[in-house]
Design a protein around this ligand. Structure first.
Ligand code: 3PY
Ligand code: MG
Length: 258
């Protein structure tokens, strides 16, 4: 797999740009990897992907140098270990509520001394042959911890209420805001301009900054993505393949048929 380091990309570009995948297959992701996007989020929470397809999409994304990030379905050993071994450069965990659930995500995604990830040299390290993976076991564990970004989502009321403590958990590299679920949880569905929603986003940002962690989010369209990028987010995922696909065809048909 290509040597892709999304942490470095974020540092160099100040804000990385990506998108969500829920319908794309291997050739589509290979094509997308040459689009200029920095990362894709292979969505196994809402998308239909099984483990083998997720692993193939991870490799497909890397083809043109795009970082593969996987959104898992929940915080279990199986969910976290598989994308980590398949070569994902980031893991997003949705819908977490308690501080303990966030701690568990860090424990599963990171090797000691941070967590307790299970050891193997699998696809994600070229089966141990990639230059960064060929040192001592200690070096391998440290490099893996550094290269795999753990970005659990803040999208529940409980998570928002404890965000300062959560952002400070060792092994959590940053927070991925889920604007839809967060606004629903706050009782203001889709009201992204509401003062209390904006204050919640600022609170998450402040907590991330204070803990030295990344703050990342989703934006539904290009102008919202630009605004989020300019507002100091470290990474923004804009739209998703299914929306881009259906909007493009709707607009094509409209242009022809009026
Ligand atoms: C949400 O908005 O709830 C997400 O999970 C990301 O779009
Ligand atoms: Mg969500």
């Amino acid at each position: 797999m290509a040597d892709i380091n999304i942490r470095k990309t974020i540092a160099e570009k100040s804000c990385a740009l990506g998108t969500f995948l829920s319908i794309s297959t291997v050739p589509a992701v290979e094509a997308l990897s040459f689009s200029g996007l920095d990362f894709v989020i292979i969505d196994t929470e809402h998308g239909p992907y099984d483990t083998e397809t997720m692993a193939d999409l991870v490799s497909a994304a890397a083809k043109g140098g795009m970082a593969p990030i996987v959104r898992v379905a929940d915080v279990t050993h199986r969910e976290i270990q598989r994308p980590a071994d398949a070569g994902a450069r980031g893991i997003i965990v949705p819908c977490l509520r308690t501080v303990d659930e966030f701690r568990k995500a860090a424990e599963l995604a990171k090797f000691p001394p941070i967590g307790n990830r299970g050891f193997i040299k699998a696809r994600g390290s070229g089966f141990g042959q990639e230059p960064w993976a060929s040192g001592s076991l200690r070096e391998y564990m440290d490099a893996s911890n550094e290269r795999l970004l753990l970005l659990p989502q803040c999208e529940t009321k409980e998570a928002l209420e404890n965000i300062e403590e959560i952002a400070a958990i060792p092994g959590i590299d940053g927070i991925f805001i889920g604007p839809f679920d967060l606004s629903i949880a706050m009782g203001i569905p889709g009201e992204f301009g509401a003062p209390e929603f904006l204050e919640a986003v600022e609170r998450i940002k402040r907590a991330c900054r204070k803990a030295g962690k990344l703050c990342t989010t989703f934006a539904g369209n290009a102008s919202d993505a630009k605004r989020e990028m300019e507002s100091g987010m470290d990474a923004v995922a804009v739209s998703m393949d299914s929306a881009v696909f259906s909007e493009a065809y709707c607009s094509l048909v409209k242009r022809i048929r009026g």
